[in-house]
Design a protein around this ligand. Structure first.
Ligand SMILES: *Cc1c(COP(=O)(O)O)cnc(C)c1O
Length: 323
């Protein structure tokens, strides 16, 4: 099951590197804090969705589909990378974006246009309404004689999560001493796949970025499903999610998000994003300061990408105005 994938990134495994200057600022000894660079997956700006799409697209091709249909917010990284995957594979791509069209395209949306995606503006919708709109568009593709492959928001199906089972096995080979992986939880699919691959909930700390209310239920369920599908044992331990870092809401950064972006940029030259990886790093920083990290082994931050959103006016202004 794990080898049923199409290769969309020539960068495999993604690199790991130490973050000793950031570690020192947090009171961690040299060699204890690392980053796994999934922001460098090699497709159209990179990020965690590339790994999910390697498995989802293999399934789409196996089913003879000709159109990828998915959705997200206006600055969705998943939408951008789905458009790129469709381009590589010669498929069509329809993106349902849950907002009104902006007067000027910026960030990810520039890339969606460049990559040739067909964009449907669905207006401001919540998570569940947007999932329903993806199904409606898939039905419209069918009605027009196409063969749609509908993907949930964030590519968060069991098949997509297999990409992070692969990533966990890869990381274990690179840094066998890892005692904790810290990751942003949007849909929680990345978290679930990592847990399935590692075999333990205790090895992964998810930082809730505020996209959906039911992560405590969905992450364990999806981890179990992904492990079963990958032929691995059921993960042990208790699911770990920090729900205290996303205020005031999804996509709305707070002062700790800003501190995380600044520290990563100014100590490591590492660019985080304000929606996901910045909040995840804020969770890691807080855990380090509050004594919440394991006392032995290596702590690895999974950089899930997301840089294009920084170039939307909203975040660009926030960077400039709050140094
Ligand atoms: C989608 C995304 C996430 C969250 O991944 P999930 O598997 O949905 O939890 C994290 N970081 C970035 C940059 C993303 O685009």
């Amino acid at each position: 099951m794990l080898d049923q994938r199409v290769v969309l990134s020539p960068i495999s495994p993604t690199p790991v590197q130490p973050m000793d200057r950031l570690g020192a600022a947090l009171g961690l000894a040299a060699g204890r804090l690392w980053v796994k660079r999934d922001d460098l997956t090699g497709l159209a700006g990179g990020g965690n969705k590339v790994r999910k799409l390697e498995h989802l697209c293999a399934d789409a091709l196996a089913q003879g589909c000709d159109t990828l249909v998915t959705g997200g917010g206006r600055q969705s990284n998943h939408a951008r990378l789905t458009a790129a995957a469709a381009a590589v594979l010669g498929l069509r791509c329809r993106l349902v974006l849950g907002s009104d069209p902006p007067s000027t395209a910026t960030g990810n949306l520039v890339l969606d246009h460049l990559l040739g995606a067909e964009i449907v503006w669905a207006g401001p919708l919540d998570f569940y309404a947007l999932e329903a709109a993806i199904d409606t568009e898939a039905a419209a593709v069918s009605a027009a004689g196409g063969r749609p492959y509908a993907m949930p928001l964030g590519g968060a199906s069991t098949i997509g999560q297999l990409g992070y089972v692969v990533a966990a096995l890869e990381l274990r080979a690179q840094l066998p001493d890892t005692s904790l992986v810290v990751v942003a939880d949007g849909t929680g699919g990345t978290h679930a796949g990592l847990v399935a691959g590692w075999g333990s909930h205790e090895a992964v700390l998810g930082i809730d970025v505020g996209t959906r209310p039911d992560l405590d239920h969905t992450v364990p369920r999806h981890a179990l499903e992904a492990a079963a599908r990958a032929g691995l044992p059921a993960p042990t331990g208790t699911c770990q999610i920090d729900h205290t870092r996303y205020a005031p809401g999804y996509g709305e950064p707070n002062p700790a998000t800003r501190e995380a972006l600044d520290l990563a940029a100014r100590l490591e030259g590492l660019v985080l994003d304000p929606v996901y990886s910045g909040k995840a790093m804020a969770g890691l920083i807080a855990a380090a300061r509050e004594g919440g990290l394991p006392t032995d082994g290596t702590v690895t931050f999974l950089h899930t990408g997301g840089m294009p959103a920084l170039f939307s006016p909203r975040y660009a202004d926030w960077i400039e105005q709050h140094p």
